[in-house]
Ligand binder design. Sequence first.
Ligand code: OOG
Ligand code: MG
Length: 255
Amino acid sequence: MKKSIVDTIYAAQKYAQEITKVTETHKAFSVEDAYGYQRELIDRYLREGSKVSGYKMGLTSREKMVQMGVNAPIYGVLLEEMDLKGSPLAVKSLIHPKAEPEIAVLLKADVAPDASIEEMEKAIGWIAPAIEIIDSRYKDFKFTMPDVVADNCSSAKYEIGEWLSYPIKGVHINEITVKLLINGELKAEGPATAVLGSPLLSLREQQLSLAKAGTQLKKGQLILTGAITVAMMLAPGDLVRVDTNHLGSVSIQCE
Ligand code: OOG
Ligand code: MG
């Protein structure tokens, strides 16, 4: 019997095997349906003992929307096992991993679904530079919105730098800028405002999306607010580093 959409994506993630878009191999479906498949997929990991560490916003910058040919922000769920925590990235254990520079926030309080943007900002306890490793399960990293949402928005791994208390003294979050370097070579750079005008607006989008889905952001969760620049393909041996002007650096050694 043919595998279901969720089973197909689950197997592709688990065994790092690329697949043809499920909107082609199975059927066309809406973005709303796609979030339902994403939920089913995550529930499966949770039943196996995985734990949610937070959420990620995706396609929040113009650079990413143009790179991926998709024109609206999306969100995915982060699991604890995606956190590299300083360990090297085994490139061959993934399909075609790419790195992107992001700003991460860590919540010190729950964010009520109807909290104002000021209340939401007060729930941010810490901020850090981050590298997200995305690994679309689809051939050639090409997909439609429903495909990528069902694939948990290409989530694979992430590395977080040192958490600094938020707000940072004398610096507004929108003044942060990041540089993405591979083996010391500058590949891309951009301002925090590249993500929906502000990482705060990206977090707001996450809050409102979860409210629509009947859930909410909670204390202890981290949120990746979206790639500030294009994502860069990685090869074994690469050293990826994100340098920032106010948050320090974070890096991942590939092997
Ligand atoms: C989708 C995930 C995008 C971001 O930060 O824009 C994303 C993809 O590009 O494969 O994580
Ligand atoms: Mg990302």
